[in-house]
Structures are given as structure tokens and as C-alpha cells.
Write a protein that binds this ligand. Structure first.
Ligand code: GTR
Length: 415
């Protein structure tokens, strides 16, 4: 059904807290055999694998393991990018055993003049590398793109007018200026973001029935596939001497914030996890029926999830997980959850509450969460290993958000 239908639902959805039916969150620290988890070891060895399996089974699906070798080809190194402040690399990641996949184009900016390898933010983009950067010599993505309101996408392809279109969400000079590298790729390099997109993407290529695949409960959805792409960037970064691959932060906005959370849950090489306005299907508790709901998201975007997830539409209580468990999968690594006050569709309070309810797992590791029990005021960040803010404004990524993420990543990576 897609994007337009989802947007129309924003007008008629419930935004009234008092109309949320009562709910009980699934127990985080009770193992499937009924025993109570009371130590970091118990979480790591017993409960964490169970919770991860529940998310694979019921929400995002299982990532297959048959992609084989991964190749990295550095196609460009520009030493005087961003007016000499950074080195820009373009790296083509491909799967030699699956040559029908066109691969991913990774753009990496590394600060110049550092005396040590750089920590790095890793995140997908909605519009391609040429949209993230304002540098006009970044190749235009040739892949399928969603239509845009301001007409810079023509026949589902980027045009010259698309350049820099997403750059306000990626303040490269600010990030580089604080000593961080940035690695990004266009999420559509993995598969086009529509219900049939998988047929032309990696999910079909890695499936033995290709475009004839019948997706079963527990098979991966698009979010899983986009997450896979972020993990392949981590594979590359581990080979690049200019990067400190022990200091990787995964970041994403909205549907790509859901992707960031799922990446952080599956791939513990990401030492910091950031969810920007990830909303329903991301940080927001699914049992709070306010703003976007399970019924809406699984009708509009069924392809994002494993098939099973759709069965929880108007039936959230039957789902063995809620999103505090997704946050807990990041433990003990620091995680930042951000909301925006006008982004009521994403349920800011539900995003806050998932972090609050993940605190008992962090506590097992001696880590502190928010330090408050109520959602803080606007533009007043809180938290230690679990952090949160709700900023002024709408559904977006702003330099205010980045200021907080940079401070957070510095604090945790320099410990
Ligand atoms: C909306 C969708 C949200 C969010 C958003 C986005 O249409 O309902 O869950 O993911 O798209 O990605 O911008």
C-alpha cells in the first residue's frame, strides 16, 4: 500500500494518551525456562540470545549466512576533500560469489591531520552519497529512488538537482571538525524500498528461489537487509588503517533508525548505537497505540519486517517482545534515543519509555541509564549509558541532534 497511505493515516491516528489501552510489557529478565536473570553473565549467555532470537523470529527476520566472500575496491581517494579538511574515499563493496548484485557504494570522509586512527559514524542515507555531500564531484547514484516532493527525482532516478539534498542531516564539516570519520551508503543499493523491491535486490539474490521466493515467517525483511549493508561497511572499516574500528557508532533516522537499532542488536562491533526518530518498529513501544501503530506500519510497509510481524496488527499483546528489549540488546554499549516534539507520529514518549525499561539490563553491567523517570523537557538531554533527548521541531536530523551524538560518542569512546 505504501507511503501515501501511511502519510494519510497521520491525520486520523490517535494522539490521545488517555486512549491508549492498558498494557503489560514482556518481562526482560525472565528466561524462557522461567528462571530470573540477575547477572551480566546470565544476560549475555542466556537471555540475550533468547531475546535476539525473538526479534529474528517475530520482527525483523533472520539474516542468512550464505553471502560468501566480500570484496572491497577503493575507487577514489581525494585527499583535499571539504576544502582540505578531509580525505574522501569511495569504496565499492561487492560479493564475488553473487555477481548479479551490483554492490554498494560507500563514501567515507576521514579528518585530515589526525595523529591516530579516527572513530567513525556509520549510517545509511535515503538519497545516496551525492545527496549527503555537497561536493559536486561525488558520483550520482544510478539506483532506484523513491519519488520526492520537490521533484529532484525523475522516473525514480536521482538528477543533478538531488545533490546535497540530504546534507543538512549530515553536517560533515562539524563531524570531521570534531575528529570523527563518517561512512555512509545509499540504502537502495541493497534493495529498492517498496513492497516488490526485494525482487531486484540482495534478498532475492541470496535466496535460492530468487524472485520466486515465498517469504516465510522468520525470513528477513528489508530492514534486516539494510542492516546487513551496515555490517559490511564495518567489515571494510576493519581493514582501513585510518579508522579505529573499535570505535564505530551506528546511526540512522526514521526507517533507517529502525535499521540502526537492529544493526546494533546484531553486530556488537558497533560500540555506540544511535536511534534518531526511529518511532514505530524502532524505539517506540509497540503496545502504546498512539501515532503510528503495528497495524498501520505492517500494512503500509510489510516488506520492512519478517512476515510474522504483520500478525501482531491490533494484537500487540500476543507479541513476545516489545521495544525495550531491542534497546537492551545494545547493552552494555551506550545507546542514544532521540525524539522530536512535533514528531508525534513516532510517539516520543514511547521512544523514551523503551530506554527507561531497558535500564535493568544495563544495571547488571553497572551501567546507568537516564537518571530520570519522566520524559525530560524539550532540548534537555539526559542519561549516561542510555541517553535521550526530545528536541524542538519536526521529524528530521538536525545539527542539534549531531551535537548531542558527538558529545555522547566522545564521552564513551574516550573512557
Ligand atoms: C513513515 C513511516 C515511519 C517512518 C518514516 C520515515 O512513512 O510511517 O515509520 O519510518 O516513514 O522513514 O521517514
Amino acid at each position: 500500500i505504501g507511503e501515501d497511505w501511511a502519510n494519510a493515516q497521520q491525520k486520523t491516528a490517535n494522539y490521545d494518551e488517555s486512549k491508549i489501552p492498558p498494557y503489560t510489557l514482556p518481562a526482560l529478565l525472565t528466561a524462557q525456562d522461567g528462571s530470573k536473570i540477575s547477572s551480566a553473565e546470565g544476560w549475555t549467555n542466556t537471555r540475550r540470545p533468547e531475546v535476539l532470537a525473538l526479534f529474528q523470529e517475530h520482527v525483523f527476520g533472520r539474516t542468512p549466512a550464505n553471502w560468501g566472500r566480500v570484496s572491497f575496491e577503493t575507487r577514489e581517494v581525494k585527499k583535499d576533500a571539504l576544502g582540505g579538511k578531509a580525505t574522501r574515499k569511495l569504496i565499492h563493496i561487492a560479493l564475488p560469489e553473487h555477481p548479479t548484485w551490483a554492490g554498494m557504494e560507500v563514501m567515507l570522509y576521514i579528518p585530515n591531520g589526525l595523529s591516530q586512527p579516527a572513530p567513525c559514524f556509520v549510517g545509511p542515507s535515503f538519497g545516496g552519497n551525492h545527496a549527503v555531500s555537497t561536493e559536486t564531484d561525488v558520483p550520482l547514484s544510478t539506483r532506484w529512488m523513491r519519488p520526492s516532493k520537490d521533484k529532484h527525482i525523475v522516473d525514480n532516478r536521482a538528477t543533478e538537482a538531488s545533490r546535497g539534498n540530504e546534507s543538512s542531516r549530515w553536517p560533515l564539516e562539524m563531524i570531521i571538525g570534531q575528529g570523527f570519520a563518517v561512512a555512509t551508503y545509499y540504502y537502495g543499493d541493497i534493495e529498492p524500498d517498496h513492497a516488490d523491491g526485494w525482487k531486484e535486490g540482495l534478498r532475492a539474490i541470496l535466496s535460492k528461489d530468487g524472485a520466486n521466493t515465498e517469504w516465510k515467517n522468520g525470513d528477513w525483511g528489508a530492514i534486516g537487509a539494510w542492516s546487513w549493508g551496515l555490517s559490511r561497511i564495518a567489515d571494510y572499516l576493519e581493514t582501513d588503517d585510518s579508522i579505529d574500528a573499535k570505535k564505530l557508532a551506528v546511526i540512522g533516522h526514521s526507517r533507517l533508525g529502525k535499521t540502526s537499532l537492529w544493526t546494533g542488536a546484531q553486530d556488537q562491533r558497533f560500540g555506540v548505537v544511535i536511534s534518531n526518530n526511529s518511532g514505530e518498529g524502532g524505539a517506540a513501544l509497540m503496545r502504546r497505540n498512539i501515532g503510528e501503530t503495528t497495524a498501520i506500519i505492517t500494512k503500509a510497509f510489510p516488506h520492512w519486517f519478517t512476515k510474522t510481524y504483520t500478525s501482531y496488527a491490533n494484537n500487540e499483546a500476543a507479541c513476545p517482545i516489545d521495544k525495550h528489549m531491542l534497546i537492551a540488546l545494545a547493552a552494555p554499549r551506550p545507546i542514544y534515543i532521540a525524539s522530536a516534539v512535533e514528531d508525534t507520529w513516532a510517539d516520543p514518549k514511547g521512544e523514551f519509555l523503551s530506554g527507561l525499561n531497558a535500564e535493568p539490563v544495563y544495571a547488571l553491567f553497572g551501567q546507568k541509564g537516564y537518571g530520570v523517570n519522566e520524559q525530560p523537557g524539550i532540548d534537555s538531554p539526559v542519561g549516561d549509558a542510555i541517553a535521550y533527548h526530545i528536541r524542538t521541531g519536526k521529524h528530521d536530523v538536525t545539527s542539534y541532534d549531531w551535537e548531542q551524538y558527538l558529545r555522547f560518542a566522545k564521552r564513551h569512546f574516550n573512557k
